[in-house]
Write a protein that binds this ligand. Structure first.
Ligand code: CP
Length: 310
């Protein structure tokens, strides 16, 4: 008897089993060959709406490309010129879009839990995919990060020694990455950050904390940089961007503290010279642009698996 690893909604990595994550990887493999995305009309005729209440380049466009590659009808609601500006509630927006025949909702929202709220109100059979909510989770980012590591860094996840560096306090990406790594069998997960950028509930994440970059990078073979989220930051959390780079930036010099074959990932958008130096971004150790392409295949997989359940 085959096990059904599909799901109606993708709201959080916390909700997924290891088997479901591995099913997403295997499904994504069907949609990418080398660096080429393979078109497959599995979602022909399905209407998908992208609702981005916060800015995005990578996530919005790769969801749109993913939908088009699956022959779905992808619609972008421009929130800045939508009736959200006149005070229309999320529920009213949702019900009106459903009345237009939309079956799948990709939502990014500044409020923690907004996609979950959507999911409890959609019609039976319709799907919601979380494209990043507040500081809660960004599940497809973590999935594409893990899929990139699986594809380009041929080791078992149990052999990874991972450092997540920077603004963990405001990061939905870091949370999703930690949950995904644990589910896939990684035990050695470290956070490297100034104390001002560490969440109060760090103990509940069950990771090792280092305030010193050199110490934290000893033996590490996977470096996950985070973006400094200046838009969510009160003044005074870091002395200056230059100081942050001096202490926590990934440069050719600081990369030497890690294992020789360590790989570097960043979800983007990158603040060059703040989180990471340009020569590292352009080096063979960087998987940053591979993450972006892999993101299309992973998002195609997520949409396909949601539709199977719907
Ligand atoms: N990584 C990420 O979510 O990038 P965008 O904000 O450009 O979508």
């Amino acid at each position: 008897m085959s096990i059904d690893n599909s799901f109606q909604h993708l709201l959080a990595i916390k909700d997924l089993s290891r088997e479901q994550i591995e099913t997403i990887f295997r499904t994504a493999d069907e949609f990418i060959q080398d660096t080429e995305i393979i078109n497959d009309p599995r979602l022909r005729g399905i209407k998908v709406a992208n609702l981005f209440y916060e800015p995005s380049t990578r996530t919005r466009l790769t969801f749109e490309i993913a939908a088009k590659s699956l022959a779905a009808d992808s619609i972008n609601l421009n929130i800045a010129t939508s009736s959200a500006q006149k005070g229309e509630s999320l529920i009213d927006t949702l019900q009106n879009l459903e009345a237009m025949g939309i079956k799948m909702f990709v939502i990014r929202h500044f409020a923690n839990g907004a996609p979950q709220f959507f999911a409890t109100h959609v019609k039976q059979g319709n799907s919601v995919i979380n494209a990043g909510d507040g500081s809660h989770e960004h599940p497809t980012q973590a999935l594409l990060d893990m899929a990139t590591l699986r594809r380009y860094y041929g080791r078992d996840f149990s052999q990874f020694k991972v450092a997540i560096i920077g603004d963990v306090l405001h990061s939905r990406v870091a949370r999703s990455q930690i949950y995904a790594l644990k589910k896939l069998g990684t035990c050695d997960i470290r956070i490297i950050a100034p104390e001002t950028l560490v969440p109060q509930d760090i103990e509940s994440l069950e990771v090792k904390y280092f305030s010193d970059l050199r110490e934290g990078l000893q033996g590490v073979n996977v470096i996950l940089c985070l973006r400094l989220q200046k838009e969510r930051m009160d003044k005074g959390l870091i002395p200056s961007e230059q100081e942050f780079f001096n202490l926590y930036g990934i440069s050719k010099k600081s990369l030497n503290y890690a294992e020789k074959d360590a790989v570097v990932l960043h979800p983007g958008p990158v603040n060059r010279g703040v989180e990471i130096a340009s020569d590292v971004i352009n080096s063979s150790q960087s998987l940053i642009l591979k993450q972006v392409t892999q993101g299309i295949a992973v998002r195609m997989a997520v949409m396909t698996l949601c539709q199977q359940k719907g």
